[in-house]
Write a protein that binds this ligand. Structure first.
Ligand code: ITT
Length: 188
């Protein structure tokens, strides 16, 4: 069975393929779909649905949309759905700087990453969610990963995601948790 994932990110496609070896994972690029999908939802769920719906309408294939971000309760949930463009569009350095500045002097540093997946096919619309809890460091450390990895220390660890091996991060990440939920559903 084929599942079309609403991304151009080959890294995401490969990560999903690895977790779902019995399915043929395709991406927007495989269908030459290069329109910009306007993610104007107010929640992770809405944005995941917008992406899945776009793919399903274009191809009729079972389609998976995903939306992720960093949630900081001390900042009222920000950057949240604005994670990718909090200070600058996919400008990870500027985004991190803004979060650290807003958190200056704040002792309550808990945070979590969340991924919401939306599956749309002929007869269904389903959601799967994964989270990883942790806390924000006071400064950046590590070079691996992307986004907010250099300031996020997952629970039960002393290193940031950017200091951990990618394989270790991928075992405990929000995305991995959400994909495992999705896999359980497909198996059931
Ligand atoms: P596509 O929509 O093009 O697939 P994106 O960068 O918007 O890519 P996401 O919706 O998964 O991807 O994530 C939104 C932002 O949340 C992302 O740009 C990062 O800033 C942050 N983020 C998500 N997952 C992360 C992770 O594992 N580590 C660090 N930051 C992450």
């Amino acid at each position: 069975m084929e599942i079309l994932v609403a991304t151009h990110n080959e890294h995401k496609k490969a990560e999903i393929q690895q977790i779902l070896p019995d399915y043929r994972i395709t991406s927007l690029s495989d269908y030459q779909l290069f329109d910009e999908i306007i993610e104007n939802g107010q929640t992770f769920q809405e944005n995941a649905k917008i992406k899945a719906q776009y793919c399903f309408q274009k191809t009729g294939k079972p389609s998976l949309g995903d939306d992720s971000g960093l949630v900081v309760p001390a900042l009222g949930g920000r950057p949240g759905i604005y994670s990718a463009r909090y200070a600058g569009d996919h400008d990870f350095k500027a985004n991190i700087k803004k979060v650290l500045e807003e958190m200056q002097g704040n002792a309550e540093r808990s945070a979590y990453f969340i991924t919401v997946l939306c599956l749309i096919s002929e007869d269904q619309e389903r959601y799967f969610e994964g989270r990883v809890y942790g806390k924000l460091a006071h400064e950046v450390s590590g070079e691996k990963g992307f986004g907010y990895d250099p300031i996020f220390i997952p629970e039960h660890h002393n290193l940031t995601f950017a200091e951990m091996k990618t394989t270790e991060k991928n075992k405990i990440s929000h995305r991995a948790h959400a994909l495992r939920q999705f896999l359980e559903y497909l198996k059931a």
